[in-house]
Design a protein around this ligand. Structure first.
Ligand code: SF4
Length: 260
């Protein structure tokens, strides 16, 4: 028996046990999200993927798909709510898109473009956040952290290390590193860990190769995030590793070209 629900007027097939987000992503449909990643446990914290079912709001990454559900996702009301959440995220951290190494590769930035966000709208908080440059390969730029806990789950569920956690509450909430000094360089984190790849913003910065792809050639430069739902958004661990390798080869080719 075929199972399906309706998402913005389209039939979406699902297998029992799948969430609305999993089924939609598998079908190549875009439900905005920041803290969801295929292959990691769902968290339901960023609220970007909230959809409306029977006039009630549900996080689609934690709500199981069921036969005949009528799900509203890309409506004017939902877009407005998501834009407000994004504006709050931008003013609660320190995001400098024009100078950020991850500009064009950043899910937060791409989602803001998708939702038509033109200004932060609210006053910036300018929180005092640290930069952890203690690791030989990766710099942690915590000013950009949106506390989605993707790195926390990736480190625990894929890397088997438990390097990261969130501590504190409300505005005092922050990402911490599991080492005696609290510094990344004193933890057992390695640059090849999946935790280094899943961050939707620019917190994990490689010390070299950040500008391998010029502006215009980056992930969301050519196509908006909504048209990459089944690839960029829903990619699992294996696809992410393959993408990293593809990019690394591209960087080597660029370096060889420059050396000629
Ligand atoms: S460092 Fe990145 S992945 Fe980790 S909680 Fe912050 S935004 Fe999310």
């Amino acid at each position: 028996m075929e199972h399906f629900f309706v998402l913005d007027g389209e039939k979406i097939p699902f297998t029992p046990g799948q969430t609305i987000m999993d089924a939609a992503t598998t079908a190549g449909k875009y439900i905005p999200h920041l803290c969801y990643k295929k292959g990691l446990s769902a968290h339901g914290s960023c609220r970007m993927c909230v959809v409306k079912i029977n006039n009630r709001h549900f996080a689609s990454c934690t709500t199981k798909a069921a036969d005949g559900l009528i799900v509203r996702n890309r409506t004017h009301e939902m877009t407005e709510g998501r834009r407000t959440s994004l504006q709050l995220l931008f003013v609660e951290g320190n995001h400098f898109c024009p100078s950020c190494e991850r500009s064009g590769d950043c899910t937060l930035q791409a989602t803001a473009y998708e939702m038509g966000m033109l200004t932060p709208h609210y006053d910036h908080f300018f929180p005092d956040r640290r930069v952890d440059a203690s690791h030989p390969d990766i710099v942690l730029e915590l000013n950009r952290c949106i506390q989605c806990e993707l790195c926390v789950r990736a480190s625990r569920e894929i890397d088997g290390k438990n390097v990261f956690a969130l501590a504190g509450r409300g505005m005092a909430s922050r990402l911490i590193v599991n080492s005696e000094s609290g510094l990344l360089g004193d933890s057992d984190f390695e640059a090849t860990d999946y935790a280094a790849r899943v961050c939707p913003v620019g917190v994990f910065l490689k010390r070299t190769g950040n500008y391998g792809a010029p502006i215009g050639d980056r992930t969301f430069d050519e196509r908006p995030i909504s048209s990459q739902a089944a690839t960029a958004s829903g990619a699992d661990h294996a696809s992410d590793v393959a993408e990293d390798e593809r990019r690394a080869l591209g960087e080597v080719a660029t370096e060889l070209e420059a050396a000629r």
